[in-house]
Design a protein. Structure first.
Length: 640
């Protein structure tokens, strides 16, 4: 009994020593934690891959990610006793030692799969010392991890030739299929390559690779397979530029629809072939309600050059031309300054020193606001922006999360109506989604994370009115229930087309990546035909009739609608220039309205919803508007 107790005590002490040694010298798992990024489409399929640092294609792979036939082949070929040994197989070690002793060199390592994982985690030249370290590390790994975890390490790190590591990279690069769809002969090749990854690369040594693969198949009772692949398949890289800005992680789920993305890429390539020399394009498709990006393409260059292929042109700040006009009209409709049927003069006019002209240098005379918007006439848009106020217009967009890029030290002014500002395609699509829905703005999303907060920009009835005005057939095509607007920047540098229905919002930009002019380019000629073809890829939206536009009553009286009082300008926290008068504007409430600054009334026509205030100097002020029923709205502003 005493001997048994002494033996048990010795075993306990050995276990304690191993435990302390395990803690003092933990295995190095750094190679396992450094992996590439796999982006998946909304249906879970692989959308794009980015390599790990150093250009190695390595992706985290779990046991459940691969076909059962690969696991069966791997264990049967490399380590039949994997499921019961403790990291080292004594029988295999004795057999390998006998073979090595007879040969006078290492010819068989007797490595278990766990020992192979230890070597993959900490690569070193083959020697007896390295083999002993691998054996110790294998025991250590078995103490720390489950058998499935150890298999997952092998599946992630096994060399597959060249810069390919792991079963996922090998499966996609050699066969073009994810590892869960591998067949028996494909699985056998992926088990064979790691034995001598450079000597068995199918693209360089097809005969050797096929011979070992066939031997593995026959050992499993299967017939030899067909020829092995002799070149790598291009790894998935759909929407790669649009996805590059997302946070890096081993696996990133996206909102992109893979079938739609593939169709859009084919369409973009075909369209680019007919573009002017050195033209490039960008397209974004988003879900109107959720603001999820469903597909995006960027780059490419007509004429065969490829340097634009590295630029994400969906984020390039460009002049939108007339593409912002719908929002000027919507704000004018909302403020009661005009309605779709309001007659507006498209006649020569100067706005101080600014004298805009139409694109064709002619004038249409008196037209309705709806016709002026559909025809993209310049004078009516500038006249409405003057009434809305360019500062208020820019501030409203900024408050909704759209930051217009102005020239250095410039304040918003009337040229905003004609593209005198910078905006990128993603923000333009984000804005048009407000017209497609309820007037609220929300950033576009590429991942299915929780939706950010919606910010109000337009009243729903104003957004619906503009949507109804812009819903028209595409040129030379039948009606498809799509609202659209084009834009052309000065000198033909940027051609835009944006469209939407109740289901989707699409933005198209065509231009040169370096910002030089594209002779003869217009949104209608280059971008609009592509927009129409994009909508051919999308399912039609419901064709419910648009809500009727009911303009705000302009006169007073008991029948006047008492909408909630709102202070439209200035917005909360606005920083105003002290160079001249500031127009205070309100909406809703029951007139007469009274405007006050720091409690002092501002002289104004009580029947109007605006007042001019001249700030006495720099500082902080509180602006208040009161209606006839005592409702009040206040904001704090700063004057520079």
């Amino acid at each position: 009994m005493r001997r048994w107790l002494i033996g048990a005590a010795c075993l306990a002490l050995m276990g304690l020593g191993l435990d302390r040694l395990d803690r003092a010298l933990p295995p190095d798992l750094s190679r396992l934690t450094v992996s590439g990024t796999e982006f998946t489409a909304r249906d879970g399929r692989t959308l794009a891959l980015l390599p790990a640092p150093g250009g190695v294609w390595r992706f985290r792979t779990e046991v459940e990610d691969v076909a059962p036939v690969l696991l069966e082949t791997l264990v049967a070929t490399e380590d039949r006793r994997f499921w019961w040994h403790f990291g080292v197989n004594p029988l295999s070690v004795l057999r390998a030692a006998w073979q090595d002793a007879r040969a006078g060199r290492i010819v068989s390592g007797g490595s278990t799969l766990t020992m192979q994982v230890a070597r993959l985690l900490e690569p070193s030249p083959r020697s007896w010392r390295a083999k002993l370290i691998e054996a110790a590390r294998a025991v250590q790994l078995e103490r720390r991890f489950s058998k499935r975890d150890i298999l997952a390490m092998w599946l992630t790190l096994a060399p597959m030739g060249g810069n390919l590591e792991g079963v996922r990279a090998g499966s996609l690069a050699w066969f073009g299929v994810p590892p869960r769809l591998l067949e028996a002969e494909q699985a056998a090749l992926l088990v064979a390559i790691p034995r001598r990854p450079e000597a068995l690369r199918p693209d360089r040594h097809a005969g050797r690779a096929q011979a070992l693969r066939d031997r593995i198949l026959r050992a499993g009772g299967l017939d030899a397979g067909g020829p092995v692949p002799v070149q790598r398949v291009a790894l998935p890289r759909h929407a790669r530029l649009a996805l590059a800005g997302l946070p890096r992680a081993p696996l990133v789920a996206t909102t992109v629809s893979l079938p739609l993305q593939e169709a859009l890429e084919r369409l973009a390539d075909a369209s680019l072939a007919g573009m002017p020399e050195r033209a490039s394009l960008a397209v974004v498709i988003a879900d109107a309600a959720s603001r999820e990006v469903l597909a995006a393409v960027s780059g490419g260059l007509s004429g065969g050059e490829a340097r634009a292929g590295t630029l994400d042109l969906t984020r390039a700040n460009r002049s939108p031309g007339s593409a912002l006009k719908p929002f000027i009209y919507a704000m004018a409709f909302e403020a009661g300054l005009a309605g779709p049927g309001t007659v507006i003069g498209d006649l020569p006019r100067r706005f101080g020193s600014y004298a805009p002209e139409n694109f064709d240098r002619g004038f249409a005379g008196n037209v309705t606001a709806a016709e002026a918007l559909r025809r993209s006439l310049n004078l009516p848009a500038v006249a409405l922006l003057e009434q809305v106020g360019p500062l208020r217009f820019a501030a409203a967009l900024r408050a909704a999360g759209v930051a217009l890029r102005l020239p250095a030290h410039a304040n918003p002014s009337l040229p905003l109506a004609l593209g005198g500002v910078g905006i990128d395609l993603r923000q333009a699509v984000m804005l048009y989604a407000a017209l497609a829905t309820d007037g609220t703005v929300m950033p576009l999303r590429l991942t299915p994370a929780e939706a950010p907060e919606r910010r109000p920009l337009l009243a729903p009835r104003a957004a619906a009115a503009v949507a109804a005005v812009l819903t028209q057939p595409f040129p030379e095509r039948g009606p498809v229930g799509v609202a659209w607007k084009t834009g052309t920047s000065w000198g033909g540098r940027d051609a835009w087309a944006l469209g939407f229905n109740r289901r989707n919002v699409v933005g198209v930009w065509v231009g040169r990546p370096d910002g030089t002019a594209l002779p003869g380019a217009t949104g209608a000629r280059l971008a609009l035909p592509l927009l129409a073809r994009v909508f051919d890829l999308l399912p039609p939206a419901p064709r419910d009739p648009p809500p009727a536009y009911t303009p705000e009553p302009r006169g007073g009286g008991p029948a006047e609608a008492a909408d909630a009082l709102r202070l439209l300008f200035p917005p909360p926290g606005a920083v105003l220039s002290g160079d001249g008068p500031v127009t205070l504007r309100a909406m809703g409430g029951r007139r007469p309205l009274a405007f006050l600054v720091d409690g002092a009334p501002i002289q104004a026509d009580p029947s109007r919803r605006e007042a001019a205030w001249l700030p006495p100097g720099p500082g902080f002020y509180r602006v208040t508007v009161l209606d006839a029923e005592g409702a009040a709205r206040r904001v704090a502003v700063r004057v520079r």
